[in-house]
Design a protein around this ligand. Structure first.
Ligand code: SF4
Length: 431
C-alpha cells in the first residue's frame, strides 16, 4: 500500500527566497553594498561585519550548470583560452560565464570589490586569482591548515593559525574597501549562520523517519539557503517554517516517494545538469533519503578535534567574545568532512542512522576532491552490508555524462536488488 504524498507547502517560499537572493547579488552595487567573489566553503560570517553580498563560486557554477544543460558549447569558453578540460568543472563553468559575460542572471554579476578563496581544495586559490586578474580587483587567499586527526587529535594550533588569518583578513578588507568592519554586524551574521546550520540539521535528521518526508532532488534546492544565504535572517525564518512542516509530514507519515521501499544514499556531488535522474528510480521504490554533499555540508555535522562527527556542544550558545566566536567559525571550517577518512566516518554514520540499504556513488570527473578515494570509501560501506553502484559523470559539464549509460547502470543495479518498476507515481512532491 503506497504512502500518502503531497507537495511541500513551503516549496514556493524556498524558490522565492533563492530568487530574491540572486536578485540582491545582481543589484548589490546599485544598493551600495560591497560585492565579494569567492570560491570554496567560506568562513563567510566574517564578511557580515560589512554590508556585503557574496557570490559563492560553487553555487554560481551549479546554477549555471543547471541552466546550461542543453548548451554544452558554453562550457568550451575556458578550453578555448587554454584551460585543461580536466580541471574542476565548477571552476570552468564559472570562468566560462565570466569570460563570456553570460550566466543565469543574464551577465556575470559586476563587479566584485574583491575576491577571496579558502584553500580547503587546491583549486580555490587559483580560481579566484584568475577572476581577480581578469577583473583587476584585489584578492585575499586564506590558507586552510590541513589536519590529520586520525593520527592525532587536531591540535589547538590549527585553530590559532586559522584565526590569526581571520584578523589579518578583517584588516585587509577595511583597507581595500575603506569601510569599517563592525563587530555588531558580524555577530548578527554569526548567529544567523549557526541557527541556519542547526535548523537545516534538524530538518535533514527528520529524514531518518520511514517513510522519508523529503527526497534528494527537493533537498538539492532546499539546501541552498544553508549553503549560500546563511548570513541572512530570512534564511532562519524560512528554515523554522520548513522544520515545522517536515515535522508534521513525519507525524502524518507523508512520504516524498509514496512507493518508498529501499532507502538509498547518494555519494558525491549531484549532476546539476541532470537532476531528474535523482528521481529516476522512484518507481522502483528506491528513494534517495540521504547524501553527504547535499545536506551534510550545510548542517552542523562537523568533525571535532577528537575525530568524532556531529554537532559541537557550543552550537546555539552565545560566545563570550569576538575571539571565541572566531574560534567557532574556525572549528566549523576545519571540521568539514572533505578528507577521505572524514568522508568514511560521515557515510558510516549516514548508513547507520538513515537505515540505508544501497548507495550510488557518482565518480565525478569534475572534482579532484570527491573523485579520489572511491575504493577506500566504498569498501567499508560494502562491509556494512550496503549494496553499491558507481557511475561516472560530472557535477557541471554535460559532455562528461552519458545519459544512456547512467540509465542502463541504474536499471541493471535495481534489477540486481530485486526491485521492480511499479509504474508512474500518481502524486509527487513538487520540484
Ligand atoms: S575540485 Fe572539487 S572540491 Fe575543489 S573546487 Fe572543484 S568542486 Fe570544489
Amino acid at each position: 500500500m503506497p504512502y500518502e504524498s503531497k507537495p511541500l507547502k513551503t516549496w514556493k517560499m524556498a524558490k522565492d527566497l533563492i530568487d530574491r537572493h540572486f536578485q540582491e547579488i545582481k543589484n548589490a552595487k546599485a544598493r551600495g553594498k560591497i560585492l565579494v567573489g569567492s570560491a570554496g566553503v567560506l568562513p563567510a560570517e566574517i564578511l557580515s561585519g560589512m554590508d556585503v553580498e557574496w557570490i559563492f563560486g560553487e553555487v554560481y557554477a551549479a546554477v549555471n550548470a543547471f541552466n546550461w544543460k542543453d548548451s554544452p558549447e558554453l562550457h568550451e569558453a575556458c578550453e578555448k583560452r587554454g584551460y585543461d578540460r580536466n580541471l574542476c568543472h565548477y571552476m570552468k563553468c564559472y570562468l566560462s560565464s565570466l569570460f563570456l559575460d553570460k550566466g543565469f542572471m543574464g551577465t556575470y554579476p559586476k563587479t566584485p570589490d574583491f575576491c577571496i578563496s579558502e584553500g580547503e581544495c587546491t583549486t580555490h586559490g587559483k580560481w579566484m586569482e584568475i577572476v581577480s586578474k581578469h577583473l583587476n580587483v584585489p584578492f585575499f587567499d586564506l590558507d586552510h591548515p590541513y589536519d590529520i586527526v586520525d593520527e592525532a587529535p587536531r591540535g589547538e594550533h590549527f585553530v590559532d593559525y586559522y584565526v590569526s588569518q581571520f584578523y589579518e583578513f578583517i584588516e585587509w578588507m577595511q583597507k581595500v574597501t575603506g569601510i569599517k568592519w563592525e563587530e555588531e554586524k558580524f555577530f548578527e551574521g554569526y548567529r544567523n549562520t549557526f541557527e541556519v546550520k542547526r535548523l537545516w540539521s534538524d530538518i535533514t535528521n527528520l529524514n531518518k523517519a520511514i517513510p522519508a518526508p523529503l527526497d534528494l532532488k527537493s533537498m538539492a534546492t532546499l539546501m541552498v539557503p544553508a549553503i549560500h544565504i546563511y548570513l541572512k535572517k530570512e534564511a532562519v525564518e524560512f528554515y523554522k517554517l520548513l522544520l515545522e512542516e517536515v515535522q508534521e509530514r513525519v507525524e502524518k507519515k507523508i512520504a516524498a516517494n509514496p512507493l518508498e521501499d529501499l532507502r538509498f544514499a547518494f555519494c558525491s556531488m549531484p549532476p546539476w545538469h541532470a537532476l531528474p535522474d535523482l528521481r529516476r528510480m522512484d518507481n522502483y521504490g528506491a528513494t534517495f533519503v540521504a547524501a553527504s554533499y547535499n545536506f551534510h555540508w550545510g548542517t552542523d555535522w562537523w568533525e571535532a578535534a577528537d575525530g568524532t562527527i556531529g554537532r559541537p556542544d557550543w552550537v546555539g550558545k552565545e560566545p563570550r567574545d569576538l575571539d571565541e566566536a572566531l574560534r567557532h567559525v574556525a572549528e566549523r571550517m576545519l571540521g568539514h568532512p572533505l578528507r577521505i577518512e572524514a568522508q568514511i566516518k560521515t557515510h558510516t554514520k549516514i548508513v547507520k542512522e538513515y537505515q540505508i540499504g544501497a548507495l550510488v556513488y557518482h565518480g565525478c570527473r569534475g572534482c579532484e576532491g570527491f573523485l579520489r578515494g572511491h575504493d577506500w570509501l566504498l569498501k567499508p560501506m560494502k562491509e556494512l552490508g550496503v549494496r553499491c553502484m558507481a557511475f561516472e559523470g560530472s557535477q557541471a559539464d554535460p559532455r562528461d555524462y552519458t545519459v544512456a549509460q547512467v540509465h542502463d547502470r541504474m536499471d541493471v543495479f535495481l534489477e540486481s536488488l530485486g526491485l521492480k518498476d511499479h509504474g508512474k507515481k500518481e502524486e509527487k512532491i513538487k520540484a
